[in-house]
Design a protein around this ligand. Structure first.
Ligand SMILES: [Zn+2]
Length: 85
């Protein structure tokens, strides 16, 4: 039987992601599989927001867009992020 919960159960795990400096976290590119600290990404700041691309294959890893009253974060190019325990 599958246990279904609402998104509140993610609070503890997500708190690890939003540490003061998340650039030390190691993440995996969905396109080429490279695993590296987020700090090693190539970031373009002249896009609408910040766009982080994989240093190996140039795939978009993440985007951060400041829309005024909200900040949008996409991590769609990352298949996994390693969190310290
Ligand atoms: Zn890649």
């Amino acid at each position: 039987m599958t246990t279904r919960l609402d998104g509140n159960v993610l609070a503890g795990a997500l708190a690890h992601l939003f540490v003061p400096d998340a650039t030390d976290l190691r993440a995996r590119c969905t396109n080429c599989g490279r695993v590296a600290p987020i700090a090693e990404a190539v970031v373009y700041a002249d896009a609408p927001g910040l766009v982080a691309r994989c240093r190996s294959c140039d795939h978009v890893l993440a985007a951060i867009v400041d829309a005024g009253d909200k900040v949008y974060l996409s991590l769609s190019g990352l298949s996994a992020i390693a969190l310290p325990k």
